[in-house]
Design a protein around this ligand. Sequence first.
Ligand code: KG4
Ligand code: ZN
Length: 341
Amino acid sequence: MSVYTLAIESSCDETSAAVLRDGRTVLSNVISSQVPIHRRFGGVVPEIASRHHIEQVIPVIDQALADAKINLETIDHIGVTYGPGLVGALLVGVAAAKGLSLATGIPLIGVNHMEGHIFANFLANPDLKPPFLSLVVSGGHTMLVVVKDYEEFEVLGQTRDDAAGEAFDKIARVMGYPYPGGPHIDKLAMKGNPHAITFPKALQEDGNFEFSFSGLKSAILNYLNSAKLKNELINDSDVAASFQKSVIDILIKKTKDAAKQTGYTTITVAGGVSANRGLQQALTNMCEEEGFKFYKPNSILSTDNAAMIGCRAYYMAKANKFATLSLNAKPSIPIGDMSWK
Ligand code: KG4
Ligand code: ZN
């Protein structure tokens, strides 16, 4: 008999619900984005995000069930993101899932948002199986994770300061582009010269799998400020392409080194920044040169969505990892967190 998962995601500025069959077939994936609401503030305003989640969460769940042509009675378990993310935003999804679980008796599963991003790859790539190495690059996180099995992860390293997506968003904002800036930098970089300006790359020593993007961000801000003071013309495309090249060079070197050091030759990329065309091309080229297999999610599955949460919930249900009704929202949790227990 098939297993049906209902998943809910509300960790940042997307309210999303999805229905999956047997963990890897997406029957519906409804995403209500708040991007236009937060754009005029230049970033996500947590209080406003929570208020919109509370309006959207029930309609989005209803739509996901309707699109999947599934009744709540058919659902086997409800997976919900409980962290990491904005606590007020997370609480809306967690409270909705707990209410549904209490009213129907459907078992509840607390899902780690970052594990969800990694599991998006299972939806986009039906043949993908662990073990593999995952480069996770989102608005809040940058890390290299070994997925040894569906329930066994090892973080090799993560960022000491800004996440890759955060750096894209901040640079775009000072250049005058609206939130979220990543897609604008991506588009500009396609037309620019990546060798026009040399920006610094931190923590390049072999065997170091930590990341740092704050020095790169400051170098670009200094470049832009000093060009403005000298009344020099700024070529946005060249700045975007040169910045993006620095980020990509760092990500590629560390991913390649990590694969060589650990011996894992299947590579996946996950998180919103994985939608970046320059990064996808560079990973494809590196994996071809090194003889690694490379998998990526499509763009809907790379940014925040509930289908990826549903895929993770399905495997947690298989491992009997159910939460109780005391599940709480956690703004900051590591990969492999078990505090949902
Ligand atoms: O994973 P995600 O949707 O949300 C978090 O969990 O943080 O990632 C959002 C991030 C934002 O920083 C956004 O600018 C970035 O992903 N992003 C991109 C692209 N599309 C989204 N960054 C670079 N190039 C893109 N094409
Ligand atoms: Zn995310």
